[in-house]
Design a protein around this ligand. Structure first.
Ligand SMILES: [Zn+2]
Length: 271
């Protein structure tokens, strides 16, 4: 599933293709893509709106439109957004298409069909429950410490909890825990101040690396232009079961934690 760095990479690629454009119509072959409003209301409210900004919050793409409309898209498992010429054939997995005023289209291709489209006046309606952005200046070590206070949660599932921290998913949680030398099963009430500092640094390091490498193309993720990112080539532990730990050479282990594949070094990340 695309995480913060993959979504950020998509936003950065789409922004110059979309800013200043006007959405002229919508076509949809999978109505359940549109969570709110109804498909008919979406078409009516979005047609003629200018795209004024393209941003990201957690794993959501947020397009600010004229007249206080906000188009919010979540790619979920297999979603992919691209901007292509209207004449280019769309395959059967392209379920939602936004027609633009320059002969091009913003296409939402989504083979697994778990993606979500929202059109709302107030973005908080969709984004209100998200935790802080890990790369925003306000997310300091002290802010992380404060969020951990009084909680007793297992680290890995907590990092995946979008209401605790926005944007981190399976890949970057495992990578951050590796750099912080923390076992994924550690509970938050056992963390020392040094370990919280290390966790904060680990999160910053791997999310920034993910953006610099334009995301990880491990399962289905590709950039809007169809090219792969590079992060999968530089991960330390994720998807590397049996391969030597880059720090100590011990084979990387895989366990299932909270239903998710979890990779770690049994020597560097002691329980
Ligand atoms: Zn190791």
């Amino acid at each position: 599933m695309p995480e913060l760095p993959e979504v950020e990479t998509s936003v950065r690629a789409l922004r110059p293709l979309l800013l200043g454009r006007t959405i002229t119509s919508v076509r949809n072959s999978w109505p359940r893509h549109v969570i709110t409003p109804s498909l008919a209301e979406l078409e009516e409210r979005i047609s003629g709106r200018h795209i004024e900004a393209a941003g990201r919050r957690g794993k959501f793409l947020v397009f600010s439109l004229s007249d206080d409309e906000n188009l919010i898209i979540h790619l979920r498992m297999s979603g992919h957004l691209s901007v292509v010429d209207a004449g280019e054939p769309a395959d059967a997995h392209t379920h939602t298409i936004f027609t633009l005023d320059n002969g091009r289209e913003l296409r939402f291709r989504d083979p697994r069909k778990f993606g979500c489209v929202y059109l709302v006046h107030d973005p908080e309606e969709v984004l209100g429950k998200l935790g802080p952005e890990p790369l925003e200046p306000g997310f300091t070590v002290e802010a992380l410490q404060e969020r951990l206070r009084g909680r007793r949660r297992v680290l890995k599932p907590l990092l995946l909890d979008q209401s605790f921290l926005a944007g981190v998913g399976n890949i970057y949680a495992d990578e951050a825990l590796f750099y912080a030398r923390l076992h994924p099963r550690r509970t938050t009430d056992t963390l020392t101040a040094e370990e919280i500092f290390a966790l904060h640094s680990g999160l910053q390091k791997v999310l920034q690396a993910g953006i610099a490498n334009e995301g990880a193309s491990i399962t289905t993720y590709v950039k809007p232009d169809g090219e792969k990112g590079n992060m999968q080539n530089v991960t330390a532990v994720y998807d590397r079961k049996g391969q030597p730990c880059p720090r100590c050479g011990t084979p990387i282990e895989r366990i299932v934690l909270g239903g998710r594949s979890t990779y770690f070094c049994p020597s560097c990340q002691l329980l």
